[in-house]
Design a protein around this ligand. Structure first.
Ligand code: HEM
Length: 454
């Protein structure tokens, strides 16, 4: 009875909150509430207490310094409805989490990730090849293809073959069907009203059940098919190497013999962790280039000076190209609108990350990877993958607004998708590095060179 009474009280309140929280942009609502009510705000949402930390300082205080008590994760119903129970980032804080976290540490620690750079560079070079004559509609897909293929090769040893690749199709569908359902604001509807799961799906308000069912079918294929691909290859080729193959061998040799289910959680999350997150950063970066051509020109001038005409950028050039890293940090910083930490937060200013001498300063936007014990274990690998793609793209193309059939540039109002990983949703196009244009190299040289070096 008490439970029913509280549900009756909570529901109207929650519905009011739901009306107030803009579903498509919940973070904007939270920032507005934060500005009005303080750095920590808390509200009741479908019977759940939600606490929003609206500043880096409070996140540091609670999630870093008190990580012993603030490292758990809530139970999201949609994680199970979509078949995403493999997702380690939502694992409760306990032994299972510790064991899998150790696998991440083994394979993605700072000293290990240089092993993955050749694959990351190769994917970046395929990206610029695929971009030749790419229509504006496919630019975002190609960025997704680049980050997904780098991580599919790293983790499963699988080489993706273009946008039509069957593994890429499965991973793409897995991400696009589940991501929008995995945000707490969506899950809480079913967390609080679990009977919704059992309603016939033709009834209004049950779209979440239909969408989750589709996501579940893709998730099953995603967790099994690449995993079995690697198992088959390990059996037929003793030298076959990738994160999964190395983990299985290490597990057997050390006598630990991890259950397949745990290893699947590890590799499936490694893919999910690295795919959409990194392509979302690249999309933001490309969009920023379109809005601020001077940043793009400076990046290209630096690339020209350091890399020259005879080859494509490589990791060895990175130290001499601090502005490219500053652009990447600024694209990631765009998640923070804190004017105390980053004055004039709406402006895209890579210089925030440079010293007077032009070297990188100490702000490596570490906060964008989370805090405390749950900090992203893939952060070192992520920076490398993003660097490879950003440097190679900026070397090869100039980004600009897409044009309509009359050649008139289409205005962009950046819209952001609302999902577990948010990304911009706009049309941009690439200009081939035209001869005599503001891009320094001739398209012929660059294209033939790209073709020769992939
Ligand atoms: C630009 C790229 C990336 C960004 C922005 C990013 C960001 C994040 C954030 C914000 C978290 C949540 C931390 C928390 O709960 O406090 C996280 C967790 C996680 N990330 Fe990443 N990530 C990226 C790339 C990667 C990559 C490449 C991998 C794969 C190796 C990865 C694997 C994970 C895992 C496994 C977790 C869960 C950690 C845990 O709960 O203990 N991420 N990431």
């Amino acid at each position: 009875m008490a439970a029913l009474t509280s549900l009756l009280v909570v529901l109207p309140l929650s519905l009011l909150i739901c009306a107030l929280v803009k579903y498509s942009l919940p973070w904007v609502t939270y920032a507005q509430w934060g500005a009005k009510h303080g750095e920590i705000i808390s509200f009741n949402f479908y019977g759940n207490r939600v606490v929003v930390l609206n500043s880096e300082r409070t996140a540091d205080d609670l999630l870093e310094r008190r990580s012993r008590i603030y490292s758990d994760r809530p139970r999201l119903s949609t994680r199970f409805m979509t078949g995403w129970d493999f997702l380690f980032s939502f694992e409760h804080y306990g032994n299972e989490w510790r064991l899998i976290r150790r696998l991440f540490q083994q394979s993605f620690r700072e000293q290990k990730v240089p092993d993955y750079q050749p694959v990351q560079l190769k994917s970046a070079r395929h990206l610029v090849m695929n971009m030749i004559d790419a229509p504006a509609e496919s630019v975002w897909n190609l960025l997704g293809l680049c980050t997904s293929s780098a991580i599919l090769t790293t983790v499963y040893g699988y080489n993706v073959n273009g946008l039509g690749d069957p593994f890429f199709h499965i991973t793409d569908k897995t991400l696009s069907t589940a991501m929008p359902l995995l945000i707490p604001e969506k899950s809480m509807i079913v967390d609080t009203l679990p009977f919704v799961k059992y309603l016939p799906t033709f009834l209004p308000g049950t779209s979440i059940v239909r969408e989750a069912s589709e996501a579940r079918q893709w998730a099953k294929q995603f967790t099994d098919i690449p995993f079995n691909f690697t198992l088959d290859n390990i059996q037929s080729d003793q030298a076959f190497t990738c994160v999964l193959a190395d983990t299985i061998r290490h597990s057997t040799e050390s006598g630990q013999s991890f259950p397949a289910n745990r290893i699947k959680k590890f590799v499936s999350t490694a893919f999910v962790g690295g795919a959409d997150t990194s392509s979302s950063v690249l999309q933001s970066l490309v969009l920023a280039m379109v809005f601020d051509p001077t940043v793009q020109e400076r990046a290209q001038a630096d690339l020209e000076a350091v890399v020259g005409m005879a080859r494509l950028p490589a990791f060895e050039d990175r130290k001499s190209l601090p502005y490219i890293d500053a652009i990447i940090r600024e694209a990631m910083r765009a998640m923070s609108r804190d004017p105390h930490r980053y004055p004039d937060p709406e402006a895209f200013r890579p210089e925030r990350f440079l010293t007077k001498e032009g070297t990188l300063n100490g702000d490596d936007v570490r906060w964008s990877f989370g805090w405390g014990r749950r900090i992203c274990p893939g952060r070192y690998s992520a920076f490398n993958a993003i660097w490879a793609a950003a440097a190679t793209m900026l070397f090869a193309y100039r980004f600009e607004k897409a044009k309509d059939e009359n050649g008139v540039p289409i205005d962009i109002t950046p819209e952001w998708t609302c999902a577990l990983v948010s990304a911009p949703d706009s049309l941009v196009s690439l200009s081939q590095p035209a001869e005599g244009g503001s891009c320094p190299h001739s398209s012929k040289v660059r294209q033939s060179h790209i073709g020769a070096t992939v």
